[in-house]
Structures are given as C-alpha cells and as structure tokens.
Write a protein that binds this ligand. Sequence first.
Ligand code: IPE
Ligand code: IPE
Ligand code: MG
Length: 250
Amino acid sequence: MALFRSREPEAPLPEIDLTRLPRHLAIIMDGNGRWAKRRGLPRTAGHKAGAETFRTIATLCNDLHMEYLTVYAFSTENWKRPQEEVGAIMRLLNNYLHEAISDMEKDNIQLHFFGDLTRLSPELQALCREKDDISRRCTGLNVNICLNYGGRDELVRAARAFARDCADGKADPEALTEQGFERYLFSAGTPDVDLVIRPSGEIRISNFLLWQSAYAEYYFTDVLWPDFDQRELYAAIAEYQSRSRRFGGI
Ligand code: IPE
Ligand code: IPE
Ligand code: MG
C-alpha cells in the first residue's frame, strides 16, 4: 500500500455556457444549522460560515456578469427561533452590511432589500437605507437580500397598497394587470426569477418569491449552504441550461 495517498487531480468545473446564464438567480441559503451541528459547533457558527459562502457566491455571480441575485437571509417565519439565535443572525447581518456597504462601490454591486424592514433594529434599518445612494452609482450585479421576507406577506402588502390606491382614486380594480400588480411588490422592476437553488436537501419553497418564481427552474442539492461553492454553482447553472423552458408553450 502506498504510504501517501496520491492527491486527486482537481476535477474540471462543470461546463456552462456563459452566453445563457440565468438573468435572475435566487438562492434559499439553507443548512447553516446542520452544518454547524455536524461539526459539534453552535448553530451561530453555521450562520457565520453561511455568510462567507454568500460573499463567495455573490462575487462569482458578479464576475460572471449576472444581472440579479436574490438571496433568502431571514424569513417572516424565522422569528420563531430562539431569541439567542435570532440575535446572533441580526448581529452577523449588521457586520456583513457594514462591510458590504463600504465595499459596494469597489465591487460595483447594487444592493436592495426585500421584506418588511420595520421589524429590524433601528441600526440595521439605517444601514439598509444607507446603501441607496451608493447603489445608484453602481452598475454591476443587483443583489437583493430578503430580510424578514415572506412571499405571502409580500402579496398581502401589495394587495393592501393597491386597495389603498383604489380607495384614493389612483387605481382602478378593473384595469389591474399582472404587470401593474408587480409594481406593488418588493421586487418591483426586477425581472422574473429564472433559477431557484435550494441547498440542504429540503425540497420545498418555504414562502420564497412565490410570485416571481412562477416559471422558475428549481435546483435542489443535498449540499449544506456553508459547503456550497463554485463547483456547486456551476453544476446548478449547467443543470438549468439543460432544461427545456416552455412557459406553457410546446
Ligand atoms: C438557514 O440555515 C439560515 C436561516 C434560516 C436564517 P438554517 O438555520 O435554517 O439551517 P438548518 O436548516 O437548521 O440546517
Ligand atoms: C428558509 O429556510 C429561510 C431561509 C433560508 C432564510 P428555513 O430553514 O427557515 O425553512 P424551513 O423551516 O426548513 O422550511
Ligand atoms: Mg433551515
């Protein structure tokens, strides 16, 4: 038996067609807790590792010249978690946003938030607002971070805002179209999602982008989010590119 195990040569990345990338990629960043548990670490260590993965994947998407990346960071249901975990996630977000905002211009990234931010701490809310002016000066990847986001909550809010406009005489129920309704969503102005990636082995959508993903392709993988890397991203894109999207046609 050989004394040393020969190093496996690095397998080439899955091949992707750079001219047919998803215009809008959405990711449910799931599996942080299980990743930590498997290592005997506290769940918060998983969230920290997950934040690093987000940084890596957002950079790759920007380098690939993708247009839109929407990530699920905290759902309207995640408040059910122990206060300690929620607090740790919020602190991580705070640190991340501080850095992201200071690097945004250098990275040429536009940052947006989908969700009801009013439930976040005043400090986090201020950070979320701070990015607006910088975003206007950037032209690269649009990163949408879903924070206290729920697909149903988004639709109810949109319905409420539309009803208010009708009551004020600014909108007409009979004239409402799909495009018109979209203007009331957090994602107003963003194209439909092309590809949704969910790591961690869960085969469900967990209230993510219900409207925007109506004709998205779905890619599920058992890999936990902190382990998600360039190879995984390329595998998901390759799979997406192999699908036949018919949008109800033939
Ligand atoms: C996703 O990882 C992060 C958030 C939902 C905030 P989880 O914390 O859900 O990790 P698992 O699913 O418990 O492994
Ligand atoms: C979805 O993951 C929300 C985020 C990744 C932010 P969850 O871990 O909350 O979803 P469920 O509970 O497995 O459906
Ligand atoms: Mg989870």
